[in-house]
Ligand binder design. Structure first.
Ligand code: GCW
Length: 704
């Protein structure tokens, strides 16, 4: 061998060693989400899969099982078949109750052979059953005993992408839009299929492709063709495509003089538009609409109601089986009343006036996706109207992509809230339709997905996408159970990793509440981009744009009086609940300042003053983040280096920013109340002016 040959040989060996140590280049960059299928690493060739029928959905299910690598050599035969299959029918299983999307996975004997049967009434159900089987195995379930039966409680389980046609994602912190509108419909990025797989694995069955702050262009022929290409890719995975519709499109695209929903020409334009969309996308889901909110056009521009607008669009999609998701996130820029009351005031009188293919989409709280809000009073106020709940998965107000904040506790707390309208009436039972007998039910999540390699900007943000899908399928799942599932699938089942990661997840959101503003404070963030603290802002044009509007802090006290002596927003809740919320002593401490303006020296149940309690919460928040950092540090070497390092860095950012929130907020409160810091607390690092001067001109997610 020549010297050159020898050095090449050495180089090759060295490369092999490096690759052996670190694995293939992209192995642990988070791309695989919770579908990592790493354990046990056996060959899938022993797996005998038989799919009865050859639909794209059954093929997708079989393909997922094959690629999973999860089946050891003694894998049984897996039969994928719908209820209409002769052999399945002969088993006389009670499958009717599974509905369109439920599944049953379990062993049966077929022709003397023990067979693992994944069955359902539809091939979509079989796909969900296949993913449930994979989840069962990835979370440590045995292959010998399997009995998985499940039916989704909510019908529409939908992601809302706030993606603009230029690729910018409003409130997106994970890169640009996943949709490359420019190269669609020709280039069908394989990543679109992986997106569909991930969603199907957690039961998401719909996606709204474009921002609710919509451009009319998304309804033009070229963009319909692009949406149709995505719909074709998603269809085998049971995912329908929806579009956000700009209410004034008949003017902008159709040359009409008006978009008045009562004008027959407007109705005709939308019907023709719907027909055109359905020619390209036969199973198009329908429209999502943000109307008369934050500058968007809508029926109120013409003196018509939200019901008039929604019903007109509903009539256009009705012949095709489509629906309209009409958002209740409205607050008028001319209404001087408490912003938290406005959606209720506008929508409650319309109860029962919406067409049967309209569902009103209500944010979880009455203001705007804050780190904590009481549940939206509309959930107890519109019994004759199907209400979808809208959560924000992207963390606009909870620290963008860098802060670790697991949102399942926020979602679950809202879903579990008692509306007080009847015994056992919870928000979940309003949303799943069981309380009032609605069949059109839904849950929407504002996506946190972008084109960053790990989809969501950080390994831990993936947990929020996952949790949203799981809770939409079954609002009764607990955040802990979902956290354990996600951790096992994403990081493996090392007990120390499992314990630490789930513990971090479970504490994380409460920490954000503590360091951004506890006790029911809200809307204290900086203007526009919403990054970082700015409770002092008071000079914006509309009163309700200013943080001071929400906290109302002065020398005498802090908090928004929403009782009779104030805006009386409490009266929007059922009487017994309203009575409890009217009294600070019976208001949950976590919502105290949402409903009450109280003196700084108000005595809390603990005996501490309000000021001391609030101040110490900031420390508690920072301390929790510091503790999470230490816990994560202890996992070094137990988690792959790539995800470990990114998370460690982000936790350091979070700790720094938690201190910033703490210090800026405390400085400001002290400038208002002139009280000293409670004993033993460290003073803020800078004076108030320093915090006020911070500028972040290109903070992400804030389209100009
Ligand atoms: O929270 C606010 C966001 C806006 C968003 C709006 C909404 C899409 O700051 O960016 O607009 O909510 O939900 O419509």
């Amino acid at each position: 061998m020549t010297a050159f040959g020898r050095s090449i040989g050495k180089f090759a060996l060295l490369c092999a060693a490096v690759i052996g140590l670190t694995g293939p280049a992209h192995a642990e960059d988070g791309y695989d989400l919770w579908l990592r299928y790493r354990t046990p690493a056996t060959t899938s060739s022993a797996l005998k899969i038989e799919a009865r029928g050859d639909t794209p959905t059954l093929r997708a299910a079989a393909e997922e099982l094959r690629r999973s690598n999860l089946f050891a050599t003694k894998a049984p035969t897996i039969l994928l078949a719908t209820a209409t299959d002769r052999d399945v029918a002969a088993l006389r299983l009670p499958l009717a109750a599974l509905g369109d999307e439920g599944y049953r996975v379990g062993y049966v004997t077929l022709g003397n052979r023990r067979t693992l049967l994944v069955t359902a009434n539809t091939d979509r159900g079989v796909l969900y059953g296949s993913f449930a089987l994979l989840r069962h195995l990835q979370t440590g379930g045995s292959l010998d005993r399997i009995d998985l039966t499940s039916t989704p409680r909510v019908k529409l389980r939908v992601l809302n992408h706030w993606d603009n046609l230029d690729g910018v994602v409003e409130r997106g912190y994970a890169g640009a839009s996943l949709w490359d509108w420019w190269t669609l419909p020709d280039f069908r990025d394989p990543r679109y299929t992986d997106y569909a797989r991930a969603n199907a694995s957690i039961g998401i069955n719909g996606t709204v492709l474009n921002n609710v702050n919509a451009k009319a262009e998304s309804l033009t022929a070229p963009y319909i063709a692009k949406a149709a290409a995505l719909a074709d890719i998603f269809r085998p995975y049971g995912i329908k495509v929806y579009l956000s519709a700009r209410f004034s499109a008949p003017i902008e695209l159709g040359g009409l003089k008006t978009a008045d929903p009562r004008d027959p020409a407007v109705g005709r334009w939308w019907r023709a538009k719907a027909d055109e969309i359905y020619r390209a996308i036969p199973d198009f889901g329908g429209f999502l609409v943000k109307a008369n909110s934050e500058g968007q056009p809508g029926p109120r521009d013409y003196g018509a109601t939200h019901a008039d607008g929604a019903n007109m669009l509903a009539a256009a999609v009705k012949p095709h089986g489509g629906i309209v998701m009409w958002r209740a996130f409205v607050y008028a820029d001319t209404d001087p009343d408490d912003r938290a009351k406005q959606a209720y005031d506008e929508f409650k009188p319309l109860d029962g006036r919406f067409a049967d293919n309209v569902v009103v989409q209500v944010k979880n709280g009455a203001i705007d996706f804050q780190p904590r809000e009481p549940f939206h009073p509309l959930f107890g106020a519109m019994p004759r109207t199907p209400l979808m709940i809208e959560f924000q998965i992207t963390k606009e107000y909870l620290g963008f992509a860098t802060h670790l904040a697991y949102l399942a506790p926020l979602f679950a707390k809202t879903l579990d809230a008692q509306t007080g309208t009847a015994p056992g009436a919870t928000v979940a039972r309003v949303v799943d339709g069981s309380l009032e007998g609605h069949r059109l039910t839904g849950m929407a999540g504002v996506a946190n997905i972008g084109d960053s390699r790990d989809w969501t900007g950080s390994p831990f943000n993936q947990a929020n996408w996952y949790a949203f899908g799981r809770l939409a399928w079954d609002p009764g799942l607990t955040p802990e159970a979902i956290a354990r599932e996600w951790t096992a699938q994403s990081f493996g089942r090392d007990p120390q990793v499992m314990r630490t990661v789930t513990d971090m997840l479970m504490r994380s959101r409460e920490a954000v509440v503590d360091y951004t503003g506890a006790l029911g404070l809200a809307h204290l963030m900086a203007t526009g981009h919403h990054y970082g603290p700015a409770p002092w802002v008071s000079d914006l044009k509309r009163p309700e744009w200013n943080p001071v509007y929400y906290h109302r802090a002065d020398r005498g006290g802090i908090g928004f009086d929403r009782t009779k002596t104030g805006s009386n927003a409490v009266a929007q809740y059922a009487p017994a609940l309203a009575a409890r919320l009217a009294d600070p002593r019976t208001t949950p401490e976590s919502e105290l300042l949402w409903f009450h303006h109280l003196p700084w020296d108000y005595r809390m149940a603990s005996g501490q003053t309000l000021w001391e309690t609030l101040a110490r919460r900031y420390d508690r928040g920072v301390d929790t983040v510091a503790a999470m950092r230490r816990e994560w540090e202890a996992l070094r070497g137990r988690v792959d280096p790539q995800r470990w390092a990114k998370t460690a860095t982000f936790l350091a950012v979070q700790e720094r920013e938690a201190r910033w929130w703490r210090d800026a907020s405390l400085s400001y409160w002290m400038s208002v109340n002139h009280l000293p810091l409670p004993a033993g607390m460290a003073p803020p690092a800078h004076d108030l002016d320093w915090y006020k001067q911070q500028r972040f001109p290109f903070a992400p997610g804030n389209p100009q």
